[in-house]
Design a protein around this ligand. Structure first.
Ligand code: BDR
Ligand code: CA
Length: 307
């Protein structure tokens, strides 16, 4: 079993990523930590607790992290995820409380106690991970690698240049990319290949006990994605970062230098990917360049069926 910690801002695709990680037969989900992003921190934390309560996993500790980016006001995405962050299904209130230590201390304690290095899967703004590395600089040997959803080798979804998670906290993303840790970047260029069209949503509906909730989540997500981006198949961004840990063969990657733009008003949050190695700088990430769409969905159906 591969030990992992998920850092989330639920968020529809975050919720599916959490369910996938809980159902994954080869992952040991040690904790879920929350960050402000798609909606404010109180809501992302409540949503993470509600999802884990629904799927009867109150044994997974949840801790709240950063309420705002390192240096900027929070920018949220209610236009995509609804006012609650999980628009659509009626998900009951949580049955358990968050861990009082908070995200950074919980992650640090778990990493120090774990018998082997742990993989971090951040799928929201990278604020908590940057704070962890700042406050616990000796912790890096305890981190096996980071599989993150964020950035893009090409187009953005929040500005023409920037993907949401990196746009929200570019300084945190820069610190993580410059940490020297092994990083797999699942950016929009690959997560847009994980579109859940009508056929996939129907199949998800019959995938396990919670397929109905997943389908309702994705009906809402599909309608906002259609309205905002014109997509027929809303991308399951965050589950791609989980899949990349479960089945690395599903994601084709290339080693690249990734730098994050933090200053320009026009391109703030852009992940500048040195595809051709023109800078001569050493690579700092394995960047996803291709995804096996069918293999990804089979893995998702299978994981959800096990819940
Ligand atoms: C990312 O932004 C959020 O809205 C999603 O949950 C995902 O993590 C996609 O850009
Ligand atoms: Ca997310």
């Amino acid at each position: 079993m591969e030990p992992v910690i998920l850092d989330v801002d639920p968020g529809h695709d975050d919720a599916v990523a959490m369910m996938m990680a809980c159902g994954a037969p080869d992952l040991d989900l040690l904790a879920v930590t929350t960050v402000a992003g798609n909606v404010r921190l109180e809501k992302t934390t409540r949503n993470a607790l509600r999802v884990l309560s629904l799927i009867e996993r109150p044994d997974v500790p949840v801790a709240a992290g950063a309420a705002a980016p390192l240096r900027r006001p929070l920018y949220t995405a209610e236009n995509i995820h609804g006012e609650s962050g999980l628009g659509g299904p009626d998900i009951p209130e949580p049955t358990f409380e968050p861990d009082e230590r908070g995200a950074v201390e919980l992650i640090s304690d778990i990493l120090r106690e774990a018998p082997e290095p742990v993989t971090l899967i951040p799928v929201g703004p990278l604020t908590n991970i940057a704070m962890l590395l700042r406050e616990h600089p000796d912790i890096t040997p305890r981190i096996s690698r980071i599989s993150l959803m964020g950035g893009s080798t090409n187009l953005g979804n929040t500005t023409p240049a920037a993907e949401f998670n990196v746009y929200v906290d570019p300084e945190a993303a820069r610190e993580v990319f410059e940490s020297g840790l092994p990083i797999t970047m699942c950016g929009l260029n690959v997560t847009h290949q994980a579109g859940a069209g009508a056929a996939e949503r129907e199949r998800l509906r019959s995938s396990g006990r919670f397929g109905g909730v997943v389908a309702e989540l994705l009906e809402f997500f599909a309608s906002t994605y259609k309205g905002v981006f014109g997509f027929d198949a809303p991308p399951l961004h965050d589950p791609v970062a989980v899949a990349a840990v479960m089945r690395p063969d599903l994601l084709t990657t290339r080693p690249m230098r990734v730098d994050v733009e933090c200053d320009s008003d026009l391109t703030r949050g852009e992940t500048v990917c040195d595809f051709y190695g023109v800078t001569g700088l050493p690579p700092n990430a394995e960047v996803g360049v291709g995804l096996d769409h069918d293999g990804f969905f089979e893995l998702l159906y299978d994981s959800l069926s096990r819940l």
